[in-house]
Design a binder for this molecule. Structure first.
Ligand code: ZN
Ligand code: ZN
Length: 304
């Protein structure tokens, strides 16, 4: 008789030639059903890179078939909580053993991000000190996996290994300063992740000729409706929009950069999952940008 435990999630088998972005979370600080907090897993060069680490990241990784132990490298775009609150969970979940699935991370976790990453992520790590100590002394977890290596940089090459290159570039998410986007290059293919930002020329430069651009976006008319229906919250509704990008502005960035495929994410708020709602959300974009437009959804896989 077999033990009646829940079977392990089928593992996503990584093709060493694939370059795929998996949207783990397309949401925002506001909690909506079906839109987890922001994170993108990039399967490239036979490994998994994680860009941002919202609170739902471990659950979303598992639902995508990517066990957390397979994540060693985490890149942060900025330190709004919706992009980093999942870090403590990921750090321990990637390190501990999951019997029968895959052994825990036995290497230091590598974290990359702009100024303030050492301070913020270092504090998360420090807050785990008691638990980390117990896992080493009692659970006998691997010592190296308890370590954290942080690289802090606002612009330039973050990672350059085995033909895989990740470059950070500054965007404009003020008052969050600095905030960065990432350009990921491998075997002649290019993926760009804007992070949270206003439309900026730097994204156009870095996304020039990119295969895929994942850009934050909101529909300006929809947000104006929310503001008008909640006049007492006008400032709270409209201030955050000032440091993001409208759907039409994202289309302009994609057009100016000449990217092949534009994927929208970080929706404020997300359209319903119907063709009609998505058409209204993206209205006017096709007149600006002739390439492929996708409304990003949680667990969607985008081939680069
Ligand atoms: Zn955000
Ligand atoms: Zn933000």
């Amino acid at each position: 008789m077999t033990t009646p435990w829940i079977e392990d999630t089928p593992l996503y088998s990584i093709d060493p030639h694939e370059f795929t972005a998996i949207l783990l979370g397309t949401g925002t600080p506001r909690a909506y059903p079906g839109a987890a907090k922001p994170a993108v897993a990039v399967v490239v060069a036979g490994r998994i890179l994680l860009f941002d680490c919202g609170a739902d990241t471990v659950r979303q990784l598992i639902d995508a078939g990517l066990m957390p132990q397979r994540v060693r490298d985490v890149f942060f775009t900025h330190h709004h909580y919706d992009h980093n609150a999942g870090f403590p969970d990921l750090f321990i979940s990637s390190w501990r053993t999951h019997v029968g699935v895959v052994a825990g991370r036995a290497q230091p976790m590598r974290v990359f991000g702009p100024t303030r990453t050492q301070e913020v992520i270092g504090r998360f790590h420090h807050a785990l000190e008691y638990d980390i100590g117990l896992r080493i002394s009692y659970n006998k977890s691997d010592l190296a996996g308890a370590e954290l290596h942080i690289t802090e940089r606002n612009t330039g090459i973050m990672l350059d290994e085995d033909g895989l290159r990740v470059t950070a570039f500054e965007v404009d998410h003020r008052p969050v300063e600095p905030a960065v986007g990432y350009r990921i290059e491998w075997q002649g293919r290019v993926l760009v992740i804007s992070g949270d930002t206003r439309p900026v020329p730097n994204t156009v430069v870095q996304a020039s000729g990119a295969d895929v651009l994942i850009h934050d976006a909101y529909n300006a008319a929809w947000l104006a409706d929310i503001r008008d229906q909640n006049p007492e919250l006008a400032i709270q509704v409209t201030n955050p929009a000032k440091y993001h990008t409208t759907t039409l502005e994202a289309a302009q960035v994609a057009h100016d950069a000449g990217v092949r495929h534009l994927v929208l994410t970080h929706h404020i708020p997300a359209p319903k999952r119907t063709a009609e709602a998505e058409a209204r959300y993206t209205a006017g974009m096709a007149e600006i940008y002739a390439g492929q437009i996708t409304v990003g959804r949680d667990l969607m896989r985008v081939s680069v």
